[in-house]
Design a protein around this ligand. Structure first.
Ligand code: PEP
Ligand code: MG
Length: 575
């Protein structure tokens, strides 16, 4: 009898493969050889990481209260001294220089050398110092990896038929795993709406999240079946189960191929209303998938992929080239580029305070752009220049209200003036839209919609912030209710206001691609859905089976319903 691990299905499909169990939040140490020209920069990177570790520890020391035991102070003092010691400051630099290796690897070599010396010592005191060295080394490694960015796998690692079992995987890590043939993910934490889950869906890799204790239950190399539809995994399945699941896998592939026939068909409800289906994209390869699946264009391109896994933000030219490439790839279909939306669970080393006590309510999305206007303007310049090559829209994330929208628009105007003054070619009048994903922005819909050229409803965050439920926290996931009356009223108000003012409105949260909500969204008057390209054809098929007019007649009852179950019941009766 196979052991069952249950959780929540976060990315659909069946994955079968061997387990690769990752250590808890541990930082895997990459090893690579550097071009001789880059050795100097790598040494600087190492020194900067040591300084960052020093600053971090000094802050910890300064914050220690009077009641803290003196041993704790001594312990931190020792670590600070180690951060000044040549054995950890200069020895790794020598390794980097002599072997042209990356900083992490140089540090590991220096650590191993120190450990070998400690092994020779009989004295318990010195042996205990070995643990201190280890902790200091980890601190520097963390600083090198921007604290939390693990470099999970060396590039050449084959990941075919591998099931990754981890406590958590950050978007930055996941995006590095694209196209590497992974079979599935089993993740101990997180919920269906965490960015990692969204990315797993975008990679088309089956994923189950919220599987507590998975790493204790699964051993490296064990055979696993991951059922992303039903939210569980089987350890060491018997032959019969394995056959059954392989058949299901085959069946799913067959259905996907069948659905592909719908790619060229118009997207219409059963009673003939045209519905535009846009694609969400996380990375450039999603653009091809979008076109293949017949998307009207890209309704949301999360540009964070350009900023992840690196020390400094991309320069204007790099962004410009990436956007031009995307515009050309879209072959005259509109491309909606969302400006940088980091913070919360997608942290980057851009000078923001990593110790924000409540990052989901902190410096994320447009707030970060407004705080670092040069960062924002660089991206805007690249977008406006790339827009010369095809239809582009610009989408602003996490607007908190009219003030944010006005300030962002003023900065965009500034960029236009600067480009004009410098005689640089750019596209005039690029439509600027806003994400409505903060309740305050939804409540202020009439004013927001006036300021913007179009709006896109981000239900992932709108639900999170309306209901005060962390979208990535499995412990509260049952309170994450898309059918909550307050959420529905906000969505409905934004759709109504935009329609009345003649401004395009789409919905680009995960709700758009979840066919359990299609009838509901039609009832609220939505005509533009933006979803992961892999879901477009299924949604098209679902739409063709629904009658829009009778659904619209249910809108009032739906909005007046008190409980999510009541809304579900109203929609069930209408079927
Ligand atoms: C949303 O919040 O619904 C959204 C689409 O943005 P993201 O998931 O990138 O936060
Ligand atoms: Mg969002």
């Amino acid at each position: 009898m196979a052991l069952i691990l249950s959780g929540q299905g976060a990315s659909r499909g069946i994955g079968i493969g061997r387990a690769r169990v990752l250590e808890s939040g541990g930082i895997e140490i990459p090893e690579y050889t550097l071009d001789p020209d880059h050795v100097g920069a790598e040494i600087d990177r190492y020194r900067a990481a040591v300084s960052a570790a020093r600053v971090e520890l000094t802050v910890v020391a300064e914050r220690l209260g009077a009641q803290v035991a003196s041993e704790v102070r001594d312990f931190i003092g020792t670590h600070l001294m180690m951060l000044e010691d040549d054995a950890l400051v200069e020895a790794p630099v020598e390794f980097i220089r002599a072997r042209a290796c990356n900083a992490e690897w140089g540090l590991k070599q220096a650590r191993d050398q120190l450990f070998a010396a400690f092994e020779q010592m009989q004295d318990d005191y010195f042996r205990a110092r070995r643990d201190d060295v280890d902790q200091v080394v980890k601190r520097i490694q963390a600083a090198l990896a921007n604290r939390s960015v693990r470099n999970l796998f060396a590039d050449e690692d084959a990941l075919d038929d591998t099931v990754i079992v981890a406590d958590d995987i950050e978007p930055a890590e996941l995006s590095g795993l694209a196209e590497r043939g992974l079979a599935a993910f089993i993740i101990e934490t997180g919920g269906q709406l965490s960015h990692s889950s969204i990315l797993a869906r975008s990679l088309g890799v089956p994923c189950v999240v919220g599987v507590r204790g998975a790493r204790q239950m699964v051993h490296e190399g064990q055979l696993l079946i991951v059922d992303g539809d039903r939210g569980f995994a089987l350890i060491d399945p018997d032959g019969e189960r394995l056959t059954r699941y392989r058949e299901r896998q085959y069946e799913l592939k067959r259905r996907a191929t069948q659905l592909l026939r719908l790619a060229g068909a118009a997207s219409l409800t059963g009673d003939g209303q045209a519905i535009r289906l846009w694609a969400n994209a996380e990375q450039p390869k999603d653009l091809d998938l979008a076109l293949k699946h017949g998307a009207a264009g890209i309704g949301l391109f999360r540009t964070e992929f350009l900023y992840l896994n690196r020390q400094t933000p991309p320069e204007e030219e790099e962004q410009y080239l990436a956007y031009v490439e995307a515009v050309k790839r879209m072959d005259a279909h509109p491309l909606t580029l969302r400006t940088l939306d980091i913070g919360a669970d997608k942290q980057l080393p851009l000078g923001q305070d990593h110790d924000e006590p409540n990052p989901a309510l902190g410096l994320r999305g447009i707030r970060l752009s407004l705080k670092f206007p040069e960062l924002f303007k660089t991206q805007v310049r690249a977008i406006l220049r790339a827009a010369v090559y095809g239809p582009v829209n610009m989408l602003l994330p996490m607007l908190g209200g009219p003030g944010d929208a006005l300030q962002a628009r003023a900065l965009i105007r500034e960029v236009e003036e600067e480009l004009s003054a410098a005689g640089i070619r750019y596209q005039d009048h690029v439509p600027v839209g806003g994400m409505i994903e903060v309740p305050a922005a939804a409540i202020a819909a009439p004013r927001m919609v006036e300021i913007l050229d179009f709006v896109s409803i981000g239900t992932n965050d709108l639900i999170q912030y309306t209901l005060a439920i962390d979208r990535g926290n499995q412990a509260v996931s049952r309170w994450y209710q898309p059918l909550h009356p307050s959420v529905l009223r906000l969505i409905s108000a934004v759709i109504d206001t935009s329609t009345a003012l003649g401004k395009p409105v789409s919905l680009c949260g995960e709700m758009a691609g979840d066919t359990r909500f299609t009838a509901l969204l039609l009832a609220l008057g939505l005509c533009d859905f933006s979803l992961h390209p892999r879901g477009i054809l299924e949604l098209k098929e679902t739409l063709s089976r629904l009658q829009r007019k009778p659904l619209l007649a249910l809108k009032r009852r739906i909005l007046d319903a008190g409980l999510p179950e009541d809304v579900a019941e109203i929609l069930r009766q209408a079927r």
